[in-house]
Design a protein around this ligand. Sequence first.
Ligand code: F6R
Length: 246
Amino acid sequence: MQIRIYDTPAQAGEAAALILAAQLIRRPDSVLGMATGSTPIPAYQALCRLYEAGLVDFSRATSFNLDEYIGIPEAHPCSYHRFMQEQLFSHVNLRPEAAHVPDGNAADLDAAARAYDEAIRAAGGIDVQILGIGRNGHIGFNEPGDEFVYGCHVVQLTPSTIEANKRFFDSEAEVPRQAISLGIGSIMNARQILLIATGEDKAQAVRDAVCGEVTPQLQASILRTHRDVLFLLDRGAASLLDRKGA
Ligand code: F6R
């Protein structure tokens, strides 16, 4: 595991964008794993700037998002389909058919989850996976629990995640209670993982992930066992790390 600490969230995001851009320059047909939420927005903004500057080309790339809420339309202002359109997909030349987001409205959600993992396998696996982290240590929507779930699956969101995500909705009651998410196995199969964390409210989760025991109660802790994982942090998210220990 490697850790880089930046002064600002914008710099942490820009660092992630540079790594994604370098990946696409080296291998234009790369498979990218995308995240939503507030954290990756600076990375997507930086990627859009690199695209506009003619430095990065998405025309042969494929992307798979981590997760989607269950039961809200794709066009809903808070859906992750819509988020990705607004933050990245509509600004770059990624082919629409190559941009995958789990289907939170599938008639058979378990079948849709299995098909999503299969589509990732068929694409050759994820080359670089972007992650944020929940205040409770979740990655994707893999919530604290008794086990690490391997594949893409339906999850019940915890009160902590509903509380954290209500800022995007008109009220807490509107936050969906379920989501479809890549599993920990699907995430760990990525060849390279970039976890971005910014803000002091992520500091405890980052510390537990970096220094605590590997446990499904803190799902991000398993990232320590991945052979190529890089944490890109701002000073707030890194504020509980002991310089020597980390
Ligand atoms: C989003 C995702 C989540 C978020 C996490 C942090 O696709 O999978 O794990 O990364 O909830 O969200 P923000 O960045 O909004 O703090």
